[in-house]
Design a protein around this ligand. Structure first.
Ligand SMILES: [Zn+2]
Length: 105
């Protein structure tokens, strides 16, 4: 497979700091303020912001903002906890706004 190499597929659109592998991508069907967003099971080179409870379209969550560890651009958020049991599969996953990402190949 062409995409099974060790190089990360996604990076920060601002500074090209590597953020995630293609295999970490779970879904492209998410929405954020800026439009389309991707859900990843794991991201690297990010720093977490303060946890906060937020009401989103699909329910209430505890989330933490995620920021590029290099340029500090806000990238999206991590689902820390879902109040609705039906949304628990999102816990521990990361949402990154497509607008903030660069695709490496
Ligand atoms: Zn960056």
């Amino acid at each position: 497979m062409a995409e099974s190499g060790d190089r990360p597929s996604y990076s920060c659109g601002n500074c090209r700091n590597p953020l995630a592998f293609h295999s970490d991508l779970l879904s492209k069907a998410f929405k954020a303020k800026s439009g389309q967003a991707y859900m990843f099971s794991h991201v690297m080179n990010v720093v977490l912001g303060q946890k906060e409870d937020r009401q989103l379209i699909t329910g209430k969550y505890t989330i933490a903002g995620i920021f590029c560890s290099n340029c500090r651009q806000e990238l999206g958020w991590k689902y820390v906890r879902a109040f609705d049991p039906a949304q628990r599969y999102k816990e521990g996953n990361f949402i990154v706004e497509k607008l903030k990402l660069a695709k490496e190949y």
